[in-house]
Design a protein around this ligand. Structure first.
Ligand code: G4P
Length: 283
């Protein structure tokens, strides 16, 4: 399956990110906990240019929690600071503040030695489209925050959200691009809806999802749809889902295309269970 990407958008996003990075102390990168490798930007190390970094495992409510543990260990072994979060429900958000302080401890110590005390660290949120940046900012910033507006010496038009006495957040998130050249990454992003649905064939996508689930979460489909799946080929499983969900076309035939959309949606919304699409070893 082929996916389309837009180099023009990427170049523009990269330029904007590079400008913003000059203004901040720490980049808070959001990844999707269901695919913590595929939803990460390939160039962030270079872009970050030595700034402190925090990785937020967002949407952890939809991910397999034991595999999220493995990913956290994986990134922490690489020296990253990591937090698991469900931005939609606001879970895990409280821990973010202290992790930011830990990630910036060298800078805070440097400031202290120079006699600069209580200067807030400046942070920006970054991540690929749909990873939950806006939801996270709303949840993290909450209602109590105040926008500080333009400041002398800071690029005109930049808005900062003062979260508390320790952190200021750039209110526009950095938009990053995924590892677009890797088709298996594209496929996993498509499963989660991070790529526009118009760019691929839903039936094909559903067949590949059934294959992944039967190998990794063999009970997910049979339990949710209450159908027998063991030993069946993927098209037959989809046909059974169609019958179960009442996806019938004219002539009383099961409609696999409609069932494909249901299946993908049931996966994306977590109805099939907490499912992760990749493990640290396969990255
Ligand atoms: P973006 O700014 O990075 O593009 O992402 P955005 O916040 O718009 O979030 C994209 C989708 O992901 C939204 O769903 C949002 O609700 C959902 N989302 C964000 N964080 C979490 C999370 O931690 N857990 C879960 N389960 N979902 C999350 P949507 O379907 O586009 O909108 P809506 O149905 O919520 O209105």
């Amino acid at each position: 399956m082929q996916f389309q990407w837009y180099p023009g958008h990427m170049a523009k996003a990269k330029k904007a990110m590079m400008e913003d990075i000059k203004l901040i102390d720490v980049i808070i990168e959001l990844v999707d906990a269901r695919l913590p490798y595929s939803s990460k930007n390939p160039d962030i190390e270079t872009l970050a240019n030595g700034k402190a970094r925090v990785i937020i495992m967002n949407k952890c409510d939809l991910a397999d929690s034991s595999i999220t543990d493995d990913w956290i260990k994986y990134y922490e072994d690489k020296g990253c600071f990591t937090v698991r979060v469900d931005s939609k429900a606001g879970k895990g958000i409280k821990a973010v503040n202290s992790v930011i302080q830990k990630a910036c401890s060298k800078k805070i110590e440097r400031d202290r030695r120079r006699g600069i005390l209580n200067r807030p660290v400046r942070a920006m949120i970054a991540g690929i489209p749909n990873v939950g940046k806006s939801t996270f900012i709303n949840s993290f910033a909450g209602k109590a925050c105040t926008k500080t507006g333009n400041r002398p010496g800071v690029t005109k038009g930049k808005q900062w959200i003062r979260l508390n006495k320790n952190v200021e957040l750039l209110d526009t998130p950095g938009i990053l691009w995924p590892k677009f050249e890797d088709q298996s990454v594209g496929l996993r992003l498509a499963f989660t809806g991070a790529i526009k649905d118009e760019l691929y064939n839903m039936y094909e996508l559903a067949i590949l999802l059934i294959k992944y689930l039967s190998e990794n979460y063999p009970d997910a489909i049979s339990t949710y749809y209450q159908i027998e799946t063991s030993g069946e080929q993927e098209p037959e499983v989809l046909r059974r889902i169609a019958v179960r969900r009442g996806c019938i076309k004219s002539g009383a035939e099961p409609d696999p295309d409609k069932a494909a959309r249901y299946l993908i949606d049931d996966f994306r919304t977590g109805r099939l269970g907490k499912i992760t699409l990749e493990r640290p070893v396969c990255s």
